[in-house]
Design a protein around this ligand. Structure first.
Ligand code: ADP
Length: 404
């Protein structure tokens, strides 16, 4: 069975074609960017049939819209010379990443008219993402008219949160009438690494209490009790919680009012300030963790304090989620920073011996691939690094749904 996974942005489409019958092999992958501009480009990678790696093809020049972008992708997938498949009909299903499922979706769903309506209804909750995801669904429907399409939601994994965790202390009508509540994001990644942790620990996920920490450009954590999410750091939008590359994470909710008053900034300006100009970038001028660490190593005090603030927030949430779970089996780090920045992992986990979380410095600093255990042998909770793979998880969920 072959499954095409698609992640559609406002001017981009990322894609991966999986062979689910052959170790979930990635047959091809790529990205189209700057759709609608003269400088559009497409990078397509195809797995070589002898398993020796990938070859890469790049195309540049105007790709007018998402439909044209999808057509280019299909042409490359079935190209007689460079193609991975002979006919687009070989693709059993298209799996879409959809950012906001609101309360309507607790699990992946085959896309029908009513599902599209429900995703449209959630546009106010994710005005930047859901419209692009809907464009992806539309153009995939036109390109693959006979193929099942499945929506996999970033929010779905967090729908098991209890009311005490997801409600804000605002007038209750705002939740009931307008859906104002905590939803959480990165659910596909948290779910994937939780499953991989259970595999690694050779225990059923339903018996494990985990704290999962996804640290990419965006960052979030989840408290997972007996396999189910009971709390997460992001809120109604992905701005809440941890310090991120350019997002502030948690702040005093009165600050936007104060800033508007004192700096004469509009709501739009404040939105940009908190989402695009804060976080690591606001604190030290760079949102790329590698650069921030390099600056700190070169003696830059602003970078040093930015990293301390970044890790301190994570550490506070580890403590909070330990209290929520009562008993902890593992802390799991993932994504660009979680997988690759030993300095950050060390800062987050240092001094947590009282909670039974002890990091082994030597293991933490070893370079490696795949799943790694970096806790000391005496640590009550394991500390794991597990590479995330959101596309694979979307492909697996898509397969599961269409086989039901
Ligand atoms: P996205 O959320 O866009 O998928 P990623 O998961 O790729 O992001 O994470 C991007 C972040 O990971 C960037 O801040 C980048 O600097 C950081 N990162 C990648 N490699 C390393 C590394 N070797 N050391 C420290 N940080 C890294």
């Amino acid at each position: 069975m072959k499954i095409l996974v698609i992640n559609t942005g406002s001017s981009s489409i990322k894609y991966k074609l999986f062979d689910m019958d052959y170790h979930h092999k990635v047959m091809a992958s790529g990205i189209v960017e700057k759709i609608g501009e003269d400088t559009s480009f497409l990078i397509h990678r195809r797995a070589l049939s002898d398993g020796s790696g990938f070859d890469e093809k790049t195309e540049e020049g105007l790709i007018a819209d998402h439909y044209e972008a999808m057509s280019c992708i299909v042409d490359l997938l079935v190209d007689s010379e460079h193609g991975s498949i002979k006919d687009k009909k070989e693709i059993s299903a298209v799996g879409h990443r959809v950012v906001h499922g609101g309360e309507a979706f607790h699990s992946p769903t085959i896309i029908k008219k009513a599902v599209i309506k429900a995703i449209e209804k959630n546009i106010p909750l994710a005005p930047l993402h859901n419209p692009s995801n809907l464009i992806g669904i539309k153009v995939a429907g036109l390109t693959f008219p006979d193929t099942l399409q499945v929506a996999v939601f970033d929010t779905a994994f967090h729908q098991t949160m209890p009311m005490k965790a997801f409600l804000y202390a605002l007038p209750l009508e705002m939740y009931k009438k307008n859906g104002i509540r905590r939803y959480g994001f990165h659910g596909t990644s948290h779910a994937y690494i939780a499953e991989r942790a259970a595999d690694y620990m050779e225990q059923p996920l339903a018996e494990l209490n985990l704290i999962t920490i996804h640290l990419g450009n965006g960052a979030s954590m989840a408290a997972i009790k007996e396999g189910k999410c009971v709390d997460t750091t992001m809120g109604m939008t992905p701005l809440a919680g941890l310090v991120m590359g350019t997002r502030s994470g948690d702040i005093d909710p009165a600050l936007p009012l104060f800033i508007a008053d004192h700096f004469g900034m509009s709501l739009k300006d404040i939105d940009r300030l908190l989402n695009n100009d804060s976080g690591l970038k606001g604190l030290c001028g760079s949102n790329d963790m590698r650069e921030v660490i390099d600056k700190k190593d070169a003696g830059d005090d602003r970078a040093k304090i930015a990293l301390e603030i970044y890790a301190y927030r994570i550490k506070k949430y580890i403590g909070a989620y330990f209290a929520v779970l009562g008993n902890l089996d593992a802390v799991v780090f993932t994504a660009g920073i979680g997988e690759n920045a030993p300095y950050i992992r060390e800062l987050c986990c240092s001094g947590l011996n009282g909670l039974g979380i002890e990091i082994d410095s030597k293991r933490n600093n070893m370079i490696g691939n795949g799943i790694r255990e970096i806790s000391s042998p005496g640590s009550k909770a394991k500390i794991l690094i597990i590479p995330t793979d959101e596309e694979l998880k979307i492909a697996q969920e898509t397969k599961r749904v269409i086989e039901k």
